[in-house]
Design a protein around this ligand. Structure first.
Ligand SMILES: [Zn+2]
Length: 88
């Protein structure tokens, strides 16, 4: 029986572990809220920089090349646009 890999697809600051494909979009959306807060409040308050997103090209578990679009993974800019749309 074939075991399908859950694919590690990247790292988002604030998450100590590599994220798998299932968790990526929701964690990225959570991160957008942190970035947005930094962009707004960071103008006047000393708050720490939210950090960075690292999108892998290859799964670190199975080594397969990640077709991020086929996996339905949001890019940073897509997530940001989606966040801003939802915010209204
Ligand atoms: Zn994999």
């Amino acid at each position: 029986m074939a075991v399908s890999c859950r694919h590690t697809v990247g790292i988002i600051s604030g998450n100590s572990l590599e994220l798998n494909a299932e968790d990526w979009n929701s964690r990225l959306m959570d991160f957008m809220a942190v970035v947005d807060d930094f962009n707004v409040r960071g103008q006047r308050d000393q708050i720490s920089h939210p950090g960075f997103v690292s999108e892998y090209k290859f799964c670190t578990l199975c080594g397969e090349r990640l077709d991020r679009e086929a996996l339905g993974l949001l890019t940073y800019s897509e997530a940001f646009d989606r966040y801003m749309d939802a915010k209204g």
